[in-house]
Design a protein around this ligand. Sequence first.
Ligand SMILES: [Zn+2]
Length: 375
Amino acid sequence: MRIFTPGHSTYTDTLMLYGLCRALYLQFGEEFKGDFLKATRIGQQYMIEVEADVDEIVEALMRIPSSEGDRMYSQLTEARSPLGLFGERDVEEALEALRDEEGLRGYLNDLQEIGHSARRGEGRGGRGKTVKLPLIPLAGKYQHRDLTSTPKFAAKSYKACKHCRALTLLGFLNSVYGVRGREGRMIITLPFEGIVEADFFSDFFAFYPMYWEQFFDELRRVRLVDQVPIRTATYIVISLFSGDLIDAMTGAEAGWHSIGVRFAGRPGAPEVRGFCELELTSFIEGLNRLYKEGIQGLAPILSLIYLLISQGDADTLDSLFNFISKGRAEDMYETVRGAYSTLQQAKLKGVRGVNKADREFHIYFNDMARALLRG
Ligand SMILES: [Zn+2]
C-alpha cells in the first residue's frame, strides 16, 4: 500500500518517516529489506510504498509502547540525555495515541491520500494540540529569518492531531543526533531528496554510533561544544557513521541533506537559537571513497579534531571537510598545513592531548597520501 506523510514541514515529515519505518522495522524483522519499503520525497512530504496493509501497520505501531516506551521516557525526558527536550506528559500522550487502535486505523486510512495536515486543518493556529518546538522548529516563515536576532518569537503555536505528534516523537527518538552543550542542544536530522529503500533504514537503525556521544561529551565538559557551529558538528557526526551505513547512503538513489537546529533555554521549554541546512551528498560520497581505501572516516583522528576545536582552528576543519567532499589536492594541502601549524603552537603551549593528536595526524595523513597516490 501507499501512504503519505502529512505535510507539516520537511523536518517534521522526516521525523515521521523514520518513526513509521522504525515501527515497521521492529515488526517485520528479516522481511524489512530491499523493496519491502520505498520512500520517495515529494515536496516537503514523503510517499511510502510498503508491502503491508493498514492492519499490519496498526499492529506495528501498537507494539511501540512495549518495545520503545522505556527508551522514550529515559531518552526524551531526562535532562542529561542529548534528546531530553520533553516532559513525561509528552511521552504519555504519545504512548496513549499509539494504543488507540481505532484511531490509528482511521489515521492510516487518511494518510493514503496526500495532504493529511491541510485536510484536517492542522498547522499554525489550526486544529489539534500544540506540537512541541523540537518537533517543528522551523515551520514556514521562520526558515529564512535571522534567528540569532529574534531569539523569541511570539506566533500562534503549531497544532496537529495526537497521531501526528506521536509518530513525530517516535521518529525524533530514533533518527536525530543530539549534541548537548552547557547552554543548550543541537539536534541534527537527515532529510533526503529522491528514493530510499528499506535497506538504508535497517542499516540506520542497526548502527549504534560509538564515538559521537563520547566525543561531544568531552567537548561539553570543557565548555567547548557551545562554540562549535552546527555545520561543523553535523560534519563530525556524519563522519562517525559506520562504513556500512555510508555505503547504504551512497547506494541509494537519493541526495542527502541535513537540518541542524540549536535550542537554548529550559529543556522543557526550549527556544530556537539558530539553524543550518546542508547538502551532504558529495561529502557522503567522499567518505565512502575513504572507507573503500580503508580509512575509517574521522574516527582515527578524534584527538586531532578535538585539538583543532579547542584551539579555535575552524579553517583547518573546513579544509578537511572540503577535501572529503571534493577530493581537491589544495584542500588536502590546506588541511595538512593548518593542522601542522596548530599542532606546533599547541606543543609550545603544552596543551593537554597534543602528543596523541600529533601521532594521529602523522598516521592518518600518511595513510591518506598512500591511498590517494595509489589511486
Ligand atoms: Zn494529524
